[in-house]
Each structure stands twice: as structure tokens, then as C-alpha cells.
Write a protein of this length. Structure first.
Length: 449
């Protein structure tokens, strides 16, 4: 009686006794078995323990080789001539390859990871080698109880303590655990892009975000610059021991020295002040030519400087000349009365033109008062002659001369003889003036106190 047998998806009716039909089915069944066996191979994953070195891996009988030498020492393992896709595993069976290295090499100059050998240096290490058609590659490895240094070294066998950091040792031959040092810094979970880092607290180990930024073009910006004690209207930025102070409103910028004294400032309108207000020191040095578009401004009140090479004052203005006879000017009526001055340092240059239509009734010596600055007190510098033009003054054989006296704001006029026979110099009095319509133009200069 025939028996049905299925193989590889096909059912065959196979006879069991002589004379039965269907022997052809048996033949087909046997042929199917033969064809299947021709295309299938069986891989035997055998593990062999090698107790002596050198060790040769068999391409037909080995899959894993457990290197466990009976006598401790280094060992050499030679892989067979590789066939594409072929794999072998080499194991440190004694767990001592950190001390007794296992050197794996190829046959017929076949390389491993581009090198002639591959050295196993970690205790209990295992590595799987696969041939890619050109060379052997280490496709995976188990380093055992050691965390290996990527470029060689003995690795790390100890377990770290809480909050320790992992680093290489001083010789860069091994990994080691280390306690965080005094300079280790911890940052926030997130931050602003391009923000400048600032310290958080006083431990020196924590940093935090800030509102000041430096962009990729090195432009710095900040919402405000506020130091301890600063306000929105008086902020500060410290540069070394000096201070650049951002003064709010229209006050602009101020520059303080290390003592806190303002040494320079600039307003929002661009007006600069250099040096403390009471300073006489040199505060601005110009090595080249200075170009001033809108003039040089001196203070209303002179800050005198003794240095002979220092110009400490300049002033232009007007003044009011007063004609006096015997110190009085009763009834005088002026017409034109124009007078100007220019003061450069301690020298005063002046000019005046005065007319009167009615001289008045005052009598005595004629003087002109009202000069804008008092002359010096010394006799050598206080007296200064003046140039005079006059109108309607009656003098015979005399000319009018004048001078600025010392410690005064007065011009004194004299009548000097044309020749010695006329007499000596005399003071001009009211008798030399008609009652009406006269005038003087006087130009001069003198040294002020």
C-alpha cells in the first residue's frame, strides 16, 4: 500500500510493497532530496579551546577559539585565508590579555582593519572577525570588565563614585575617575544665543545666562549696563580699574578714574569735557595739527595757569567808556559811543570811539573810565601807552598823549609840549574842551591782572 510523504512543499505517493504502482514517485522523491542537499551547507559553530601558542584557526572546523594557555604568556592567533562573509570569534579564555596580549594576524598578507595585526589588550576580551572580500574587519568586540581607551591604553577597571568625572590619566595611557576640581563649572539647562556668560553665586562653579550679547559680527548689545549701586540713569561699565559710566537722559557718557573722579565726559549732543573741573594738568595731547571747525571755547571765568606756554583765556566783548572831569560827568550828552575788546591770555586789546554833543559842566582833570579788565599792579607792566585821535580839543603847542595806569580800569590823558620851550607835560582839564561837539578815538592794549 502506497504511503504519502511531503517534502519541500510537494506530496509524493510512495509504494511500500512489490508489484505496486508508483515507483516513479519514489524516484522523484529521492531526486528532490538530492537536489536540496546540493544547494544547502551546514555551518558547524564549534568552540575550540587552545592551550598552547601559536594557534591556527581552521576554516572548516573552527568558529570560536577560546585562548586559554596552560602556561601563562602572550599568544599569536592566525586566521585562515579568508573567504567573503566568513566569520571567526577569538576569546580571552584566561581573562588575562591585558597582561598577556593576544595578537591576531591574517594569512597570505591579508590585513585586519588596515593593519597587519590586531592586538587584544583587555582582560576577558572577545572579538569577531569577518572577511569582506578584501581584508578582515573587527565587526564587534566585547571588552569584558574594562572600558577601553579608544586609541590604546590599559583602560578603566574601577567603578567611579557619585559625581566623579571620567578622564584620561596624565600619561594618556588609561582612563581614570576623578573628583570634580575647583575649576569645574556647571551651566544652565539652556541659554540665549550669543549671550555673554556671567557667574552665578560665589562658588566659582556655576555660570548663568545674561542679557548682554556679542553677535557673529562682534557687535555687543545689552538691555542695560547696571553695576552694584547703579541706576537706569547712571549705569557703569568697569574696564580694569577705571569706569565708563553710561549716564542716562541728556548726560551722555562719563569716564571715571580709579578714585571715582570724573576725568572726561561727553553729552548726548557731542560736547566733550576733558579733565576734572579743578585740574590744571595736561588732559589732552594733540601730536598732529588740530583742526577746529567751530572755534575754541574758554570758560567765562579764567582758570589761570602759570605755565608760560599755556593759553588759558580768550574773550571778545564790548565795554562802555565814560568821560569824567574831576571824577564827574554832570550834564554830558553822548552821541556815538562804541567800544570793543579782545583778551588773549593776560593781554587786553581795546578800541573805542566816543562823541559827545554836550560836554556838561564838570570841571577838573579829564579821564576815561570803564576798561573791561583791571591792569596789573606792577609799575613795569601796569603802565601802557595808547594811540589817540581827538576832535575839538583846544591845546596850543601841545599834543595829547595817554596811558593806562597800574591797578586800574582808567585811561589818563596828558598834554605834552611840542618842544621844550613850551613847558612840561600837564594834565588835560575841562579848560581844553569847548562846551559842545567833541570826540576821541583811542586804541591800545595793556596787561591785566
Amino acid at each position: 500500500m502506497a504511503v504519502n510523504k511531503s517534502f519541500n512543499g510537494t506530496t509524493y505517493s510512495i509504494p511500500t510493497t512489490a508489484g505496486e504502482n508508483g515507483w516513479t514517485n519514489l524516484t522523484n522523491f529521492l531526486q528532490a532530496l538530492a537536489d536540496y542537499a546540493a544547494v544547502k551547507t551546514t555551518t558547524v559553530q564549534a568552540i575550540r579551546t587552545a592551550t598552547t601558542s601559536p594557534i591556527t584557526v581552521s576554516a572548516t572546523s573552527d568558529f570560536a577559539v577560546n585562548v586559554a594557555l596552560s602556561v601563562a604568556g602572550v599568544s599569536t592567533v592566525t586566521l585562515p585565508v579568508g573567504a567573503s562573509g566568513q566569520m571567526f570569534c577569538i576569546i580571552d579564555g584566561n581573562g588575562d590579555s591585558a597582561t598577556y596580549n593576544i595578537t591576531v594576524q591574517g594569512s597570505s598578507s591579508q590585513t585586519i582593519n588596515g593593519a597587519s595585526t590586531y592586538v587584544m589588550t583587555s582582560n576577558k576580551q572577545a572579538a569577531i572577525f569577518q572577511f569582506n572580500g578584501t581584508e578582515w574587519k573587527v565587526i564587534t568586540e566585547y571588552p569584558g570588565a574594562t572600558l577601553r581607551v579608544s586609541k590604546g591604553g590599559t583602560g578603566l577597571t574601577a567603578v567611579g563614585s557619585a559625581l566623579q568625572v571620567l578622564r584620561t590619566n596624565a600619561g594618556a595611557t588609561a582612563l581614570e575617575w576623578a573628583t570634580a576640581g575647583s575649576g569645574d563649572v556647571v551651566g544652565p539647562a539652556s541659554s540665549t544665543d550669543n549671550a555673554i556668560v556671567r557667574m552665578d553665586g560665589t562658588t566659582g562653579k556655576s555660570v548663568q545666562n545674561s542679557g548682554a550679547t556679542i553677535d557673529d559680527s562682534n557687535n555687543m548689545s545689552a538691555a542695560s549696563y547696571t553695576a552694584t549701586g547703579g541706576t537706569a540713569a547712571n549705569n557703569t561699565m568697569y574696564v580694569a580699574s577705571n569706569v565708563l559710566r553710561f549716564r542716562g537722559g541728556t548726560s551722555g557718557l562719563g569716564f571715571n578714574n580709579s578714585s571715582g573722579t570724573e576725568t572726561a565726559s561727553v553729552t548726548d549732543a557731542g560736547a566733550w569735557t576733558l579733565g576734572p573741573s579743578a585740574s590744571t594738568a595736561t588732559n589732552c595731547v594733540v601730536n598732529g595739527a588740530a583742526s577746529v571747525t567751530h572755534g575754541v571755547v574758554f570758560p567765562a571765568s579764567q582758570n589761570a595757569v602759570a605755565n608760560a606756554n599755556t593759553l588759558d583765556d580768550y574773550e571778545e566783548g564790548t565795554w562802555t567808556p565814560n568821560f569824567l572831569w574831576g571824577g564827574a560827568a554832570s550834564g554830558i550828552v553822548y552821541g556815538s559811543r562804541v567800544a570793543t575788546y579782545t583778551k588773549i591770555g593776560n593781554r587786553v586789546f581795546f578800541h573805542m570811539y566816543v562823541e559827545y554833543s554836550v560836554r556838561g559842566s564838570s570841571t577838573g582833570q579829564f579821564t576815561i573810565t570803564g576798561l573791561p579788565f583791571t591792569s596789573v599792579a606792577t609799575a613795569s607792566g601796569g603802565y601802557s601807552a595808547v594811540a589817540i585821535w581827538f576832535s575839538n580839543v583846544s591845546l596850543t603847542n601841545y599834543v595829547i598823549t595817554g596811558y593806562v595806569s597800574q591797578s586800574s580800569t582808567t585811561i589818563f590823558l596828558n598834554a605834552s609840549p611840542i618842544n621844550t620851550s613850551a613847558g612840561s607835560t600837564i594834565a588835560i582839564t575841562d579848560t581844553a574842551f569847548p562846551s559842545n561837539n567833541g570826540g576821541f578815538m583811542i586804541t591800545g592794549h595793556y596787561i591785566t591782572a
